[in-house]
Design a protein around this ligand. Structure first.
Ligand SMILES: [Zn+2]
Length: 119
C-alpha cells in the first residue's frame, strides 16, 4: 500500500507539471468543458499506460539469451537481429522489440521472449 501511495504522489506531481505546461494551449480561446477534461484524462492516461508497458517490456527483452534452444527440435538457435511488433493490450497497442533467432537444423525462426512473456 505504501508503494501505491508513493506512485500516486509521483503521478500527481507529474500531472501537475504537464497540465501547467498545457494550460491555455489547445482551446483557441474558448472555455474548457467536461468533454475537454475527459479527453485529457484519456489521452494522458493512455500515454502513461503505453510508457509503463514499453519500459516494463524493455526490461524483459533487453538482454536476450545468446543461444536459446529451438522450441521445435532443441538445437541452439543463431541470432538474426531483432523485430518489432505491436502488442495489443487493454490500453492500446504497445511496441515490443524482440531478439529473433533461427534454428540451423530445422530452419525455423523463433523469439525466446514470446515464451517468457506469454505474448
Ligand atoms: Zn529447430
Amino acid at each position: 500500500m505504501a508503494r501505491n501511495k508513493l506512485i500516486e504522489e509521483r503521478v500527481q506531481a507529474l500531472v501537475s507539471e504537464l497540465l501547467a505546461e498545457e494550460a491555455g494551449m489547445e482551446l483557441g480561446g474558448r472555455r474548457e468543458n467536461i468533454d475537454d477534461i475527459e479527453n485529457a484524462m484519456v489521452r494522458i492516461g493512455d500515454l502513461v499506460a503505453r510508457e509503463v508497458g514499453m519500459q516494463k517490456l524493455k526490461l524483459h527483452t533487453e538482454h536476450p539469451p545468446e543461444h536459446p534452444r529451438c522450441p521445435q527440435c532443441g538445437h541452439a538457435g543463431e541470432r538474426r537481429g531483432e523485430q518489432t511488433r505491436q502488442l495489443i493490450t487493454r490500453r492500446g497497442e504497445v511496441p515490443l522489440t524482440e531478439a529473433k533467432y533461427s534454428c540451423p537444423k530445422c530452419r525455423r525462426h523463433f523469439f525466446p521472449s514470446a515464451g517468457r512473456l506469454g505474448a
